[in-house]
Design a protein around this ligand. Sequence first.
Ligand code: SF4
Ligand code: SF4
Length: 439
Amino acid sequence: MTSLNFIHPPDFKNITKNKKIEQAPLPKRAILHLSQHAGAPSEPAVNAGDSVKTGSLIAHAKGFISANLHSSISGRVIAIEESPHPIIGISKAIIVESDGQDTKASLDSIPAKDVSALSKEEIAALIREAGIVGMGGAAFPLSVKLNPPPAKKINTLIINGAECEPFLTCDHRLMLEKPKEIILGAQLMAKVLGVKDIIIGIEENKLDAIENIKSALFRIKDENCRINMVNLKTRYPQGGEKQLIETLLDKEVPSGGLPLDIGVVVNNVQTVFAVYEAVYLRKPLYERVITVSGSFPSIAKNILTRIGTPIKDILDYCGLSPKAGVYKIIMGGPMMGVAQFNLNAPVIKGTSGILALDKKFKVKEEELGCIRCSRCIEACPLGLMPCAIGLSVKKERFDIAGSYDPLDCIECGSCSFVCPSKIPLVQLIKLAKLKIKRR
Ligand code: SF4
Ligand code: SF4
């Protein structure tokens, strides 16, 4: 059983919400991981010594749940080797050294023609070829989401503009600066899925984006589908797929199920924008907008950066001083992001932000025992029992932990945030998920 539980952490979005998207410099070296999406790592299509262009295919999707990978700069492949990864520690990557030219390659499998004349199969092929994955964080290959089993009839496409994670404003800026492109991308997705209803959900703390999208909708008509813009209350984790579906459609995704089980596909606005670029501009996914923010307002920016750019290069460009007093660097937001231990790890397709935090963000109190206050249960948007899962994991009773449905956890971090005993519940639940999946 689910329940619509939400929390209200401070959002810190004022730091960057008025920062226009600026182009970050090209990295001297791009570290392009073969694992930067859900599913099987992609398979290299190049060797060390090969010349590549920006947008050249350098690794193929391997299997059904996988994604193509393209070079984000032009230059030469200097190695295919283990390299720091921002989420999984270390993993194989194709390293490309820049020639400084940024010579472009483009998607060319479908002959150039008017986009309105493209069939849904041709649009799907361009999306697959472009290596697009969910850019809200989960990095699930989009071509798989857009190709549901024949028995699953999809009737609604939801465009997720909630961006509920504190600090992050990259989606907000994209909706302000590229509203027309987002709508055109959504229409392409709807054509592939054969759906007539698109809902765009945006939180009310982004009223300017709501107005922008509304006025773009007024200008771009599509007789084949209805697009409905819905204002969402500002609360966390509003942008989780299951929460968004429940808020917008009053429908519940069954435990262990997927949105497509109830006829829904959800995609983040950056993913939709990437679809626009793939189909209208024949551009593979090799760059994305990220927010750089945290405790040091002088470094705050929204930047369009190449995938594979090391975190260190980004922080240098934003002007983070080595003497600034950084306590922690996080990739992503503070609730769901991952602390970084090696700043040579690069931006990947699912990276939404980089936060530099000072000691004010350090959890000061020591972890205490559970006082059975049930706050974690009240906060969980999935109606889970985080305390029971956490306690079982601490006792290494993964069999008991498994009986509390930890695999349904979306790792939103709300339980850890509210726990007065500072128990790292989300980390314990992640461990439970890992152990249960391995069995
Ligand atoms: S991290 Fe998981 S268990 Fe904790 S509140 Fe979020 S969904 Fe619930
Ligand atoms: S919030 Fe913390 S202290 Fe309260 S029941 Fe949950 S785990 Fe125990």
